[in-house]
Design a protein around this ligand. Structure first.
Ligand code: ADP
Ligand code: ZN
Length: 737
């Protein structure tokens, strides 16, 4: 994995008198020299405000030797030192490591460390009205109401207007009581402190298998760096197991970070956490507002926050004393960040764990090939949970061969699957139909002339979103109304949808099983995390019979009444030529079918497929995942594919195809021949046009132990700066091809 490369972080460098280096959040590797402020004290890691050209930016003081002397008249001074704990040397070393490995400018990684600018200044106290003295003898009705309210809610901090509003009086009444000395306005700290998670609030009774696994993880906490793969079948209770390790970190007075793929951050998960520890964890993901973000960031830095549950960017939080990192669903593609820095949060978690000398737990029912190989070769500890915690049996999986038992023309659900859905729902149980395609149909075609609707900016078809009445591109967000007539030949009513999306499957079910309640769960129907949590809860309460969903529903919390999972197109994703396609498909199918019968053990998974003999489908139907891992690992080894070799993708893009092509060719020519690294391409990138930019791809392949990042840096430097308009993007360890 990524963490095999590069040594330990550098020791703190010298700081010369009067000047320091400051790293600013711009797309550069360099730090700049600044004069110390007259009053403030800085140390490496201090967060400061400095002038940068005409702007003021927030930066971090580094331990590097200043490049300019204090006497230089080009020097500008640090303007302000923020009153927050300095970033630790470990965190700064981690940021440097990420920058170096991913070829991201150090300044951009600094930007990831400072993702809550509001956190840098302490929250100003708020003015609140409190009881201050005896009430006057004669009280008006209005005054009596105000005082009754303050008496009933002792200890509550009211604002002047809030109190007046709650009592149903004018603010003048409150002012009168302040003037009389009965109430007073005082300054109180903003926001309540974080509730402490209590490690022994309500421990759960674990099964024997869970107990042994938990003991293994608990034993690692406080015992230096380690990585453990917690490999447990769906429903084996991995969460309860790693929460024991979280509890141990808290007992030792340290903090814990639990990373989850964004979507898995369900309300049920948080409730479960609260039941175990008596307090909700701090949350960190894209839906957390700036104010909360600031409070969490500061709480993490000061130590008031014990546990953070967050999406991949939580890995860059400034923990005061981190004792454990858990990466739940470690195989999930959502851990790959593709904008700004392209990094894989699971790999970077392993690196942070090593730098901080703490344990990292990778949890999954379907581990990534990388983690499985690391566990098999003894680089990671391997803890296995082979039974469901509830004692429920694993679901029975079967394949429907669409070549022989497929649906009638114009339909997408095989008769066998439809009758299974009918029987399941007739018993009052729920069925889930999984199709990883949003919208109604992935392609629209004119029956008269063959015209296909393509995105004007991308090399992709427009997806029919019938519920919204529009055609939409899933890559750039372009949408247009669905026309009545073909724009190419003008024929009316000749447009036909090709293939199914979730909306079309819901429509088919409405026709076939009209009396059943069906809901569609996909990101365009749900939008916000709040909305999604509410919908998931509604399904868990049994408020519908059939759920049709995209990968959004593949994971997440348990639906107690769900006993049947149907996969509409189990082959989708296979045959794309992507070396990870088989792994991804296996993981997704195991995950989604694993939702069936979690509690009762009568789960059934039905996969519609045209290739029942493929290793992925065969391994799932046989109930023996090892059959898949053995084949896939051998295949990767033979092809020198990750983790047996290293890969990096270099994408060259430009608005004009020739310009992108010219620079991609120049890059290929600049690659040193005969070395251990082989450069393939340029070839068209899988999406050759996105948002109006033409894209070509080069692939660099290296042996496992080669420092590919250093090689890429030298190569790109030798090739020179790309011409204006041409962009070069590097993706080390690309996840898809
Ligand atoms: P996983 O993450 O391994 O798929 P979960 O941790 O979500 O599994 O647990 C699956 C279900 O089993 C949950 O409903 C959970 O409440 C239940 N469960 C877990 N541990 C136990 C236990 N020791 N006793 C009873 N039920 C348990
Ligand atoms: Zn587009």
């Amino acid at each position: 994995s990524a963490s095999d490369l590069f040594g330990s972080p550098p020791a703190e460098g010298p700081r010369a008198g009067g000047v320091v280096q400051v790293l600013t959040p711009v797309a550069l590797d360099d730090s700049w020299t600044y004069r110390l402020p007259d009053d403030g004290v800085v140390v490496p890691g201090s967060i400061v405000q400095v002038p940068l050209g005409p702007r003021k930016v927030v930066g971090v003081v580094t331990a590097e030797t200043p490049t300019l002397a204090a006497s230089s008249n080009r020097l500008r001074a640090i303007e302000k030192v923020f009153d927050v704990p300095p970033l630790s040397a470990d965190l700064v070393a981690f940021a440097d490591w990420v920058a170096r490995y991913t070829l991201t400018p150090r300044g951009m990684v600094v930007r990831m460390l400072l993702r809550a600018p509001e956190a840098l200044d302490p929250e100003p106290p708020v003015r609140a009205v409190v009881r201050a003295g005896e009430p006057p003898e004669r009280l008006t009705d209005a005054r009596r109401r105000v005082l009754a309210l303050t008496a009933e809610n002792e200890g509550m901090a009211w604002t002047r207007s809030g109190l007046a509003h709650a009592a149903g009086v004018s603010p003048g009444v409150v002012d009168g009581l302040i003037a009389a000395g009965t109430l007073a306005e005082v300054e109180v700290p903003a926001g309540p402190p974080f509730r402490r998670a209590e490690p022994d609030f309500d421990p759960r009774d674990l099964t024997g298998e869970q107990r042994r696994a938990a003991d293994e993880l608990v034993g690692r906490v406080g015992a230096g760096a380690s990585v453990t793969l917690l490999d447990g079948v769906t429903g084996s209770g991995k969460t309860e197991v790693y929460l024991e390790a979280v509890a141990e970190a808290l007992r030792q007075g340290r903090q814990a970070l639990v990373l989850v793929p964004e979507i898995a951050l369900t309300k049920a998960f948080l409730d479960r956490f609260a039941a175990r520890f008596g307090a909700l964890p701090a949350e960190w993901h894209s839906d957390v507002g700036p104010k909360t973000r600031a409070r969490v960031w500061r709480g993490v830095a000061e130590g008031g926050v014990g546990v953070v549950v967050g999406a991949r960017s939580a890995l860059f939080l400034p923990f005061r004393d981190l004792g454990l990192i858990v990466v739940d669903e470690e195989h999930d593609p959502a851990y790959k960040q593709e904008e700004w820095a392209t990094y894989h949060a699971r790999d970077m978690a392993v690196v942070r764990g090593r730098i901080e000398r703490i344990p990292v737990v990778l949890a999954s029912a379907t581990p990534s090939i990388e983690s499985r190989v690391n566990a098999d070769r003894g680089r990671y500890r391997h803890v296995v949970l082979s039974e469901r915690a509830t004692g429920a049996a694993m679901p029975t999986l079967m394949a429907i061969d669409m070549r022989r038992a497929g649906p009638p023309r114009g339909r997408f659900l095989a008769p066998g699957l439809v009758s299974a859905i009918a029987e399941t729902t007739a018993r009052g149980e729920q069925a889930l139909l999984f199709l990883n395609r949003r919208g109604y149909a992935p392609l629209t075609l004119c029956r008269a002339c063959g015209h296909r609707f393509q995105c004007p900016n991308c090399s992709s078809w427009l997806v029919d979103h019938r519920f919204r009445g529009r055609l939409a591109c899933h890559h750039c967000g372009h949408t247009e109304p669905r026309p009545e007539a073909c724009p190419s030949c003008g024929t009316l009513d000749a447009l036909v949808p090709c293939g199914p999306g979730v909306e079309r499957i819901a429509e088919e079910l409405a026709t076939l099983l009209p009396e059943r309640r069906t809901v569609v769960l996909s990101s365009d129907v749900l939008g916000s995390v709040q909305r999604m949590r509410a919908e998931f809860d509604a399904v868990a309460r049994g408020e519908c019979d059939i759920v049709v969903g995209t990968q959004l529903v593949a994971k997440g919390h348990t639906f107690p009444k769900l006993t049947l999972v149907g996969v509409v197109d189990a082959d989708l994703g296979l045959g794309s030529g992507d070396p990870r396609a088989a792994e991804r498909t296996f993981q997704l199918l195991a995950q989604v079918t694993g939702r069936a019968g979690r509690l009762c053990g009568r789960g059934i998974g039905v996969m519609q497929t045209y290739a029942p003999e493929s290793p992925v489908i065969a391994a799932l139907v046989s109930g023996d995942p090892e059959r898949f891992y053995a084949v896939e690992i051998a295949e990767r080894e033979r092809g020198r594919m990750p983790p047996f070799g290293r890969l990096a993708a270099v994408i060259v893009s430009a608005p004009q195809r020739e310009r992108a092509e010219d620079h991609a060719r120049a890059l290929a020519r600049a690659a040193p021949a005969g070395g251990p690294v082989e450069v393939l391409g340029p070839a068209e990138a899988p999406l050759a046009l996105i948002r109006g930019r033409h894209r070509l791809r080069l692939l660099a392949a290296a042996p496992r132990d080669h420092d590919l990042s250093a090689w890429l840096r030298a190569w790109l430097a030798a090739a020179g700066k790309p011409p204006a308009g041409v962009e070069v993007q590097v993706d080390v360890d690309p996840q898809s091809f």
